[in-house]
Design a protein around this ligand. Structure first.
Ligand code: CO
Length: 205
């Protein structure tokens, strides 16, 4: 019920102010997050909660299956703001095991508009068909695909002119790929981080 939400909000606000009287005035004056989070819309993977971060500590963009579409103006606008105005140091692309969006992409059932949205995941499933075929079951395949989707997202973020511009002017901004386990509440590093060196390597080619 909406009234419950509003009541919870009043309680939360009161508790926060009791702990730190100038909490909201301080936050309202400025946000200076270190992190930009690109994650799934799934209600079980809220960035602040799973990463243990307070309001003001992470700038967030979420969409179905945390897909980095290279022409998604919503994501790109948030990314540009995060990099150029907020000057975040760490960009995190975070997927999760048991992702409904990833599963939907592999089921082959018509889903309407979602089919267009999920196309990059289908493409990854085709490209990594051999690796996915080694998984023992559907759950394993879908979780492995969720990992590939994160790695691909990191790569795509690193390929944006936004990051290339930032690295060219010497910003020490890094992009990381994490995956969250719904069953244990843990974030795992997929070891696909890229930073300014990535730009230099590409530039040297
Ligand atoms: Co999901």
């Amino acid at each position: 019920m909406l009234s419950d939400v509003l009541q919870r909000n009043r309680d939360w606000s009161a508790r926060r102010q009791a702990k730190e009287p100038d909490y909201f005035t301080r936050l309202a004056a400025q946000q200076a997050p270190e992190f930009f989070w690109i994650g799934c819309s799934d209600s079980r993977v809220p960035a602040n909660v799973v990463a243990g971060l307070d309001p003001g500590e992470v700038f967030v963009h979420r969409n179905v299956a945390n897909i980095v579409h290279s022409s998604d103006m919503n994501l790109l606008s948030a990314l540009e703001f995060a990099v150029e105005v907020l000057a975040v140091r760490e960009i995190i692309v975070c997927g999760h095991y048991g992702c409904g969006g990833v599963k939907a992409a592999t089921e082959g059932l018509p889903q309407g508009l979602t089919d267009h949205w999920l196309e990059p995941i289908r493409r990854l499933a085709r490209a990594y068909a051999v690796d996915l075929g080694r998984e023992p079951d559907m759950e394993g395949r879908s979780d492995r695909l969720a990992e590939f989707n994160v790695v691909e997202g990191v790569r795509r973020v690193g390929e944006t002119p936004i990051l290339h511009r930032a690295w060219a002017r010497g910003a020490n901004c890094r992009v990381h790929g994490l995956i969250y386990g719904l069953k244990d509440g843990l974030l795992r590093d997929l070891d696909c981080s890229i930073g300014p060196g990535h730009f230099n390597e590409e530039g040297a080619q």
